[in-house]
Design a protein around this ligand. Structure first.
Ligand code: 5AD
Ligand code: SF4
Length: 452
C-alpha cells in the first residue's frame, strides 16, 4: 500500500509543490504512479484562485470517494494546497470520508501523515479519523526543494512563498500567507545540484518573484535581492537559460530591466500581469500602477532587448467594469502586442476586498469580453509567430512531442513551443531549428545541419 498518485490543479507553483511532495514521498519508500487507477493514495493539490478551480477539485474528490465506496483500489484520499488552506475543516464537513487536508505551509508533513494513516489502516480497527493540518509554520518555504530523481532539462525552483499585495480580487494572500523568502545560498545550491544533474534551464518561481527577499536581504549597489539572486544563478555553470514567473509590474525597476542587457542567460520572455488597461479599474483592483506606467516598463524592456516576448494575465468583468473600461484593456493589449495571455472571467472570492462589490458584470458580458481578447490574442500571436518563419531559432530540446512519430519538442528563448523531427539523444541539447510553419501556439521546423 504505497503507491501514490498526485493530481495537480492550478499554477506552476502548485506543480512545483507537487513535485517536491513526490520527492519527499519517494525518500520514504512510496512510489509515485501516473494514474489514480494504480494508486493506493490519491492526493489532489488544489487551486482556489477562481471558484471553478475549487468546484473541479471538489467534484473529483467526491467521485473518488464514491468509487472507493464501490471498491476501487484507492485507500486514502488527501486534499492539499490552496483549497485545503482556504476551506480547512469545512472540507471534512462536506466530504466526511476525506482522510487528509494539508495546507500550503504543511506540504512537508505529508509523508508523516500518510505513514500514520497507513499504519492505522493496516491494523484492522476502524478507519482512522480525518487529519486536518493547515496552521502557519515558520520556515515552511524552505521545504519546497526536492526534485524528480531523473534528469530535468528544464526545472522550476521555488524561491519564496506568499504575497503581501492586496489585490482586491485575489485570494492568494489568504491561501499562501505573507511573503517569505528562502535563503539565497540554498536556492543557488539547489540550482547547482540541478545543473550537475543535467538541467539547462531554470525558472525561478514565486507569487511575486521580484519582491524576493525584500524584507530579509539588503539592497546592494542599487540592486534588489531578486537581481542579486539572478546574478548568482547566472553564474552557475551548466545553466544556459534563466526565466522567472510571476513578477509584479510595480517592482519592475531599472536594476531588473538592466538584467535584460547584462545577463545573456536571462531569456527575453516575460510574464507581465496587466489585469486591466483601465486606470479606474486598476485602482479599484488595488493594482498600484497606471496603464501609462505599465506601458513605460514594457517600452524600457523592449529597449533593453528589442526581441522581447510578453505574456500576461487579464481579468474581464471585474465589478463595475464598463464597456469604456474594457475598450481601454483592448487598446493596451493591442499596443503591447502580447505573445501569450491568460484571460480570466472575474470570479468572486470570499474573504477578498472585492467580495463586497458583488458580481455586477453579467455572465454573457464577461463571456463576450473574454472572446474579444482571445481573438486579439490569436491574431497577435499568429502575426508574431509568422515573423519567425524562415528564421533559425535556438531550441532547447525537452523530449518527444506528445504526438510521437519521431517528432520532438523544445522551446526557443521566447518560450515558444517548437516541434521538429528529431531523435532521443537530442534531449537536453541546444539545436538550431529553421522554422517552416507557424500557428498561434506552435512553430514547426527542421534542424539545420552543420553544413546548412
Ligand atoms: N477572478 C478571476 N481571475 C483571478 N485571478 C486572480 N484572482 C482572480 C479572480 N478572483 C487571476 C489574475 C492572476 C491570475 C493568476 O489569476 O489574473 O494574475
Ligand atoms: Fe494575487 Fe495580486 Fe498577490 Fe498576484 S500580486 S498573488 S494577483 S494578491
Amino acid at each position: 500500500m504505497n503507491r501514490v498518485y498526485i493530481k495537480t490543479y492550478g499554477c506552476q507553483m502548485n506543480e512545483r509543490d507537487s513535485e517536491a511532495v513526490a520527492a519527499m514521498l519517494r525518500v520514504r519508500g512510496y512510489s509515485i504512479v501516473e494514474s489514480e487507477a494504480e494508486a493506493d493514495v490519491v492526493l489532489l493539490n488544489t487551486c482556489s484562485v477562481r471558484d471553478q478551480a475549487e468546484q473541479k477539485a471538489l467534484g473529483k474528490a467526491g467521485r473518488l470517494l464514491k468509487d472507493r465506496g464501490r471498491g476501487s483500489r484507492m485507500q486514502v484520499l488527501g486534499v492539499m494546497g490552496c483549497m485545503a488552506q482556504n476551506r480547512g475543516r469545512a472540507l471534512i464537513d462536506s466530504l466526511p470520508d476525506l482522510d487528509l487536508v494539508v495546507g500550503t505551509q504543511k506540504f512537508h508533513q505529508v509523508p508523516d501523515h500518510l505513514d500514520n494513516l497507513m499504519a492505522t489502516l493496516r491494523g484492522l480497527g476502524p478507519r482512522p479519523a480525518s487529519i486536518v493540518d493547515i496552521d502557519a509554520e515558520a520556515g515552511s518555504q524552505n521545504a519546497i526543494r526536492g526534485h524528480a530523481a531523473t534528469r530535468q532539462v528544464s526545472a522550476f525552483v521555488s524561491i519564496m512563498q506568499g504575497c503581501d499585495m492586496r489585490c482586491a480580487y485575489c485570494i492568494v494572500p489568504k491561501t499562501r500567507g505573507p511573503e517569505r523568502a528562502r535563503p539565497m545560498d540554498e536556492i543557488v545550491e539547489e540550482v547547482r545540484r540541478l545543473a550537475d544533474n543535467g538541467t539547462r534551464e531554470i525558472t525561478l518561481l514565486g507569487q511575486i518573484v521580484n519582491h524576493y527577499g525584500k524584507r530579509e536581504f539588503p539592497v546592494l549597489g542599487g540592486k534588489s535581492p531578486f537581481v542579486q539572486l539572478l546574478e548568482k544563478v547566472h553564474a552557475v555553470d551548466g545553466i544556459e537559460r534563466i526565466r522567472f514567473t510571476s513578477p509584479h509590474p510595480v517592482g519592475f525597476r531599472e536594476d531588473l530591466v538592466a538584467c535584460y542587457r547584462e545577463l545573456p542567460k536571462l531569456c527575453e520572455y516575460i510574464h507581465f500581469p496587466m489585469q486591466s488597461g483601465s486606470d479606474r479599474v486598476l485602482r479599484a483592483m488595488r493594482r498600484p500602477y497606471t496603464r501609462a506606467r505599465f506601458l513605460r516598463t514594457v517600452e524600457a524592456l523592449r529597449r533593453a532587448n528589442p526581441g522581447m516576448y510578453f505574456s500576461t494575465d487579464v481579468i474581464v468583468g471585474f465589478p463595475g467594469e464598463t464597456d469604456e473600461d474594457f475598450a481601454e484593456t483592448v487598446t493596451l493589449f493591442d499596443t503591447v502586442k502580447f505573445d501569450m495571455a491568460f484571460i480570466f472571467k472575474y470570479s468572486v472570492r470570499s474573504g477578498t476586498e472585492a467580495e463586497a462589490l458583488g458580481d455586477t458584470v453579467p455572465r454573457e458580458v464577461k463571456e463576450a469580453r473574454n472572446q474579444v481578447l482571445l481573438e486579439r490574442l490569436e491574431a497577435l500571436s499568429v502575426a508574431r509567430n509568422c515573423l519567425l518563419v524562415g528564421t533559425v531559432q535556438e531550441v532547447l530540446v525537452e523530449g518527444p512531442a506528445r504526438k510521437g512519430d519521431g517528432v520532438y519538442m523544445g522551446r526557443n528563448r521566447g518560450n515558444r513551443k517548437i516541434l521538429f523531427p528529431g531523435s532521443a539523444q537530442l534531449a537536453g541539447e541546444f539545436v538550431p531549428v529553421r522554422i517552416v510553419r507557424a500557428t498561434a501556439t506552435v512553430l514547426y521546423g527542421e534542424i539545420v545541419d552543420a553544413a546548412g
